[in-house]
Every structure is written in structure tokens, then in C-alpha cells.
Design a protein around this ligand. Structure first.
Ligand SMILES: *Cc1c(COP(=O)(O)O)cnc(C)c1O
Length: 454
């Protein structure tokens, strides 16, 4: 057989024409979202107040296996996709492992991450519906940037609530968003009721994703031509991200590559859910025995130490209740945490599959994440995002295990983005000032105490 090239690219014709929804393949579906006032499953009319109608429909549709990708979104994807599936020959050599390592690289666009895959879809559907503006939150900044790019393309106004600590650490991120025409507000802010309340209760707060979500939602609720959009966690976001896995599967099939292990970092679960989509669909049909591993920071361990419970998606307790692995909506990761993946909860789909044992989870401390990031940058060339480096770290662990056992496993991981805007974190690592903090059970209990009692 021909040697697998360093990069496997697809032709435009080989790009996916439909997204894959894992719920269509799951015998037991994730629990429905509940209206917190009635504790009844949320309905389309309720969800339409918050999200674009088509996205609300996608969110509630649990039976369809494939959803056609509209032509305009396929065209948008062609600006920066297909993304390469890379054989990490240099990393394999560096580690001296018999394992074969592959990664799907999603960082080749200005937003620097996979987030553009869903941003493009969400902006498109908003435009189709005749809306004029969108609001959202951003933590590390990749989502805000991706959405700013998509809104500029489709001609929509955008307001981004950016977690305050991130906006201070990453001033250039804000400028990229402004360049694409977005209005960026550090959160918590005095522009919303919930922001003013959070500031009054906790004046020195560095902000959190949950809090920025509350602010963005409040603004969208007050304008009927505006909707709120979210870049992770939700079912429709995982749906759009399936483009990652579908391309990966086609590329693997071209060279008869059969992954034994698939690894993804997990913040809200969207890249992981997207990367594993077609492979997990086959696994659910009993067609493979792939091991799927979610990797999260030890400082924000929603899968490995969280509770599987109904919780709000935001600190302001305004979203529907979602059954997910969660640290509690009041959980705020320690301020020394640098590596993204700060969200308190996890996608309902990923949570369900994890609860059923289809997905394993591991947590990694941040200094170990940056050890892996640095090694990867030096031998594979790309400067990885700290988020992505969680996956690299476990891929390296797996490859080293193969070195001990002599197994020639095929390891595939998602390299979700680049780390050019994370230089303050790299600086801390390079200066040896990076610290590790793993929350105690008492710390986590404070978050669990904020879970709704239902
Ligand atoms: C947002 C982000 C993540 C985490 O989000 P998921 O929804 O868990 O995929 C991971 N990597 C990068 C580069 C990101 O921007």
C-alpha cells in the first residue's frame, strides 16, 4: 500500500453535503431540556424566543440522522475547508512509538479554531430568517472571532460579551473582532440588569462564561430582530461540528486508516462531538470498537468529577435546564487557569454517551498540558491552542503506552486550533510561573450547592 502522506486533503467534491446528528443513532436519547418554571420539556415556541427558528428546530430534533448542509454554508466552508488530516510522523519519531498518530487540524482560519463551522451555519440561518443582529458570549475569544467573521460575511450586527479576564489578557482578540465589525463588551458589565446584579454581589469578579451568557441572552430578549447564539454545548452546535468528523472519516477511508483511539479536548463538547460523530455512529451500530476519550482541565473537571444532573447553562439561571455533567452553574474556575475549557457543564449528547460508558474521560493539569503543547510545537511546527493541547497530552500518553507494550495502535486526535492569542499563558509556562491548581472536594461542593433542587 502507498505510504500515507503527511497531509490527507479532500477534494471539494468529497466534502460533506449533510451533517450527522448523533441523536439519530442513539437508542436512548439525551434527556429533554426543561422549562425551569414548569419543569416540562421546552417547546419550539419557547425556544424560538431565544434562538433562530431553524436552529431551535435542529436543537429539538432527536430522530434525524442526517441534515442537508445548505448550499450557501457549503460555499462558506469552501473558503477554509476541507481541513487537513495530518499524520504526525515527526511526533511519532520524537516519541519513538510504534503507534500511528493522526490529527485533524481546525486552526487554518482567522478565528484560529473549529468554531467557524457552527458560526457560519448560525449566521446563515439568522439571515435567512430576516433577523438583523445577534448577541453572544466569548471566553477565550475564538467563538467571538468566528461569529464576527460569519456576521460580517452574511451582513448581521453582532454584540459580543467577552469574559472580563480574557478581554484583559487578550486585547488583540478584541481588535480582530472589531475589525470584522463586532461590538465587544467585557463581562460582567453595567449594560445589562444581570451584569449589574453580578457586579454588585461580586465587585472584583473576573467574569465567567456563565455570566457572559446571561448578559448576551438578556440583550437578545429585548429586541425581536435579535437572537442569541452559542458556540458550544448545544445539540445544534455538535450537529454543525460533525463536518470535522465526516471529513476525517472520508480521509481515513481513502487510506484505509482505522483509528483505535479517538481523543478530543472537551470544554462544552462541540469539537469532540463533531470529531467522533461518524465513528460513534458506527460504534452505536456495533460496527467498531473504538475507544473515545474526552480530555478536560483538572481545574474544571465537569466529566471526571461533576454530577450528572439538571442544571442551568448560565450563572444568571435564565436558560432551560439541561441534564448534563456539571460542576454547578455557580462554579468559577480558579483564576490561575489559563487553558480555556472553563465551562461548568457539558453537552447533553456527550454527557449521555459518557454516562452509558461509550466515552471515557481524563483530566490533565495545565503544566502537563503545556509540556505537551511545547513538544508538539517543536516537532510538528504548529503552535497549538492550550485547549487543543489537552488532547495532545493524552495522545502522547497513549503513544508512550504503546511504546511500552509494543502495540501499533492508531491514535487520532482533534487539533482544534492555534495558540497565537494565548501568549500570556505560554509566557507563564516559559517563565516557570505557571501554577497548577486542582479544586478540593470542598471547592467543588460550593459549585454543587448552586445546582437547582429538582
Ligand atoms: C472553544 C474551543 C474549544 C472547546 O470547545 P468545545 O465545544 O468543547 O469544542 C477547544 N479548542 C478550541 C481551540 C476552542 O476554541
Amino acid at each position: 500500500m502507498t505510504k500515507v502522506p503527511y497531509k490527507i486533503y479532500l477534494t471539494e467534491d468529497e466534502m460533506p453535503k449533510a451533517w450527522l446528528d448523533l441523536r439519530g443513532f442513539m437508542q436512548e436519547k439525551p434527556e429533554p431540556f426543561l422549562n425551569p418554571a414548569t419543569l416540562q420539556p421546552v417547546t419550539l415556541p419557547e425556544l424560538e424566543h431565544v434562538f433562530c427558528t431553524e436552529l431551535a428546530k435542529q436543537e429539538l430534533n432527536t430522530t434525524e440522522k442526517y441534515i442537508p448542509i445548505p448550499e450557501d454554508i457549503q460555499s462558506f466552508y469552501k473558503m477554509y475547508r476541507p481541513s487537513p488530516l495530518v499524520r504526525a510522523y515527526n511526533l511519532e519519531q520524537k516519541l519513538g512509538t510504534p503507534a500511528k498518530i493522526y490529527y485533524k487540524f481546525e486552526g487554518n482560519n482567522t478565528s484560529g479554531s473549529h468554531k467557524l463551522n457552527s458560526a457560519a451555519a448560525q449566521a446563515y440561518y439568522a439571515k435567512q430568517q430576516g433577523l438583523t443582529s445577534l448577541t453572544t458570549e466569548t471566553g477565550a475569544g475564538q467563538w467571538g472571532t468566528a461569529l464576527a467573521m460569519a456576521c460580517a460575511f452574511f451582513g448581521l450586527d453582532l454584540t459580543v460579551y467577552m469574559v472580563k479576564i480574557s478581554s484583559e489578557q487578550k486585547p488583540y482578540r478584541k481588535e480582530v473582532m472589531s475589525t470584522y465589525g463586532a461590538k465587544v463588551i467585557p463581562s460582567p458589565s453595567d449594560t445589562t440588569e444581570v451584569g449589574r446584579r453580578i457586579l454588585a454581589e461580586n465587585p472584583g469578579t473576573s467574569g465567567s462564561l456563565g455570566c457572559a451568557i446571561s448578559e448576551a441572552m438578556e440583550v437578545s430578549m429585548k429586541d425581536e430582530n435579535c437572537r442569541y447564539v452559542l458556540g458550544s454545548v448545544l445539540n445544534h452546535v455538535l450537529l454543525h461540528q460533525s463536518v470535522i468528523g465526516l471529513e476525517t472519516k472520508t480521509a481515513c477511508d481513502k487510506y484505509d486508516v482505522k483509528p483505535d483511539v479517538i481523543i478530543g479536548c472537551a470544554g462544552g463538547g462541540s469539537n469532540l462531538g463533531g470529531l467522533i460523530a461518524p465513528f460513534m455512529a458506527e460504534r452505536l451500530e456495533g460496527k467498531n470498537g473504538i475507544e473515545f476519550i474526552a480530555v478536560e482541565p483538572a481545574s474544571c473537571p465537569s466529566l471526571t468529577r461533576g454530577k450528572y444532573a439538571y442544571d442551568f447553562g448560565d450563572t444568571g439561571k435564565t436558560t432551560p435546564l439541561m441534564k448534563m455533567y456539571t460542576l454547578g452553574n455557580g462554579f468559577i474556575p480558579s483564576s490561575n487557569h489559563a487553558g480555556g475549557l472553563r465551562y461548568h457543564g457539558m453537552s447533553a449528547i456527550i454527557s449521555k454517551l459518557y454516562s452509558q460508558g461509550y466515552i471515557n474521560a481524563r483530566s490533565v493539569i495545565q503544566s502537563k498540558v503545556f509540556d505537551a503543547a511545547t513538544m508538539f510545537a517543536r516537532c510538528e511546527g504548529t503552535l497549538p491552542a492550550p485547549e487543543s493541547s489537552h488532547a495532545i497530552s493524552v495522545a502522547v500518553d497513549e503513544a508512550l503506552k504503546c511504546k511500552e507494550t509494543g502495540e501499533e495502535k492508531t491514535i487520532l486526535f482533534g487539533l482544534t486550533g492555534t495558540g497565537y492569542f494565548d501568549m500570556s499563558a505560554y509566557m507563564a509556562y516559559n517563565n516557570n510561573t505557571m501554577t497548577d491548581y486542582v479544586p478540593t472536594d470542598e471547592d467543588l461542593q460550593k459549585g454543587f450547592d448552586t445546582l437547582p433542587k429538582i
